[in-house]
Design a protein around this ligand. Structure first.
Ligand SMILES: C[S@@+](CC[C@H](N)C(=O)[O-])C[C@H]1O[C@@H](n2cnc3c(N)ncnc32)[C@H](O)[C@@H]1O
Ligand code: SF4
Length: 371
């Protein structure tokens, strides 16, 4: 049986950032953590049994959000225990710097977590303010120190660029500070204006001025140059890793491996080799808890089957964003030859990979190859 992973969605945050479109809710005093824990455990148990998944092939557990670092440590531990992970399983927690205390970080380490993904977003107070973040810039450094003191040696930093008001000088300082902080992994995303978010409305009304495309591209190149010079491998459009420190979880997603999506609004995929099934759970937390605990049944918002052709299209769409590309496919000979001739892709070891220029226009490559 092939390696598989688990994604557990924790849908609460201290405040909702005005650019965010994840399935998130503001944490309240009466949040039903016990109900959520029971539902997670039930969903984990039923899905593993229903699919006949072998726990010895589990390679990654990822707590994402929302802000999973707000969850009671008992809830996180119960989920891990239910999955009986072997020593090598990569267990990641997405963590907001302002939620760190040494006691909590030590507890995460003791329950087997070995990778922390920390949401810095920027090292500049004025940019954090623009993003509506609650944490102070120094708290990110404190969080890093606490993580290292607890024993973590696999730390990711999330950053956002092309934020209104952010200059190339701001970004240069962020990158210098990353080289100084030396996390094992950096995810750095261009700010996206998702439909329906306050940022999208403020852009439409002129309250926010979106960074011009040419500046965003220049920033992308600035990031690549600075991080490569410090030995980070640029292995996906928005992801950089020190040698051997790529994220297992991210790669499983991009390669279309089985990842059980657990929790409200989580997306999951079961890969059966020649076809796959994908689903999204109910987004509303009370609905999710009631379905999995009271009714003890599979309850999803939607699901769809993917045939071999659809799976191939998805592999290509993800492959053009990754350094390792996608497996050569005879159906696409003409388009690939044309993209190679334009210097956007190259073929190596039976794989079609994007060049640096190709990665910069990965979405365009995907639409050229997948239509
Ligand atoms: C699901 S969030 C979880 C992390 C944590 N809740 C936080 O925000 O620090 C994962 C990452 O997505 C990125 N992100 C979220 N919304 C974004 C947006 N609209 N544009 C670009 N990056 C975004 C941020 O870097 C964030 O850290
Ligand atoms: S903390 Fe993260 S998940 Fe929560 S609202 Fe902000 S960006 Fe979204």
């Amino acid at each position: 049986m092939k390696p598989w992973g688990v994604y557990i969605h924790v849908p609460y945050c201290s405040a909702i950032c005005p650019y965010c479109d994840f399935n998130v809710y503001r944490l309240k005093k009466n949040t039903d953590w016990d109900g959520l824990k029971r539902a997670y455990l039930q969903e984990i148990k039923l899905r593993i049994k229903d699919e006949g998944l072998d726990l010895s092939n589990l390679v990654s557990i990822y707590f994402g959000g929302g802000t999973p670092s707000l969850a009671p440590v008992g809830l996180l531990k119960a989920c891990i225990d239910a999955l009986q992970p072997a020593q090598h399983v990569e267990i990641t927690l997405e963590a907001d710097p302002q939620t760190f205390t040494q006691e909590r970080v030590d507890a995460w380490y003791s329950m087997g977590m070995r990778r922390l993904s920390t949401g810095w977003q920027s090292t500049h107070p004025e940019i954090l303010k623009k993003l509506g973040r609650l944490h102070r810039a120094e708290q990110a450094w404190d969080a890093l120190a606490m993580a290292r003191a607890a024993g973590f040696t696999n730390i990711n930093v999330d950053l956002i660029f092309a934020v209104p008001g952010q200059t190339e000088e701001h970004l240069a300082v962020d990158l210098e500070r990353m080289v100084q902080a030396k996390p094992q992994h950096i995810s750095i995303y261009a700010l996206t204006y998702h439909t329906g978010t306050p940022f999208d409305r403020w852009r439409a009304s002129g309250k926010l001025r979106q960074t011009p495309e040419e500046t965003e591209l220049a920033m992308m190149r600035q990031i690549q140059t600075a991080l490569r010079a410090s030995d980070f491998e640029h292995y996906e459009v928005s992801n950089y890793a020190q040698p051997g420190m790529r994220s297992q979880h991210n790669q499983m997603y991009w390669r279309g491996a089985t990842v059980l999506g657990i929790g409200p609004g989580a997306h999951g995929l079961m890969n059966y080799g020649d076809h796959a099934r994908r689903w999204e759970n109910h987004r509303d937390v009370a609905h999710y808890i009631s379905a999995w605990t009271k009714d003890a049944m599979f309850s999803v918002a939607w699901e769809e089957d993917l045939d071999a052709q659809k799976m191939l299209i998805e592999r290509i769409a993800c492959g053009v964003r990754q350094k390792d590309g996608f497996a050569l496919s005879p159906h696409l000979d003409c388009q690939i030859a044309a993209l190679c001739a334009q210097g956007l892709m190259f073929i190596e070891g039976g794989r079609v990979c994007p060049t640096d220029r190709g990665m910069e226009i990965a979405d365009l490559l995907a639409s050229t190859l997948c239509c």
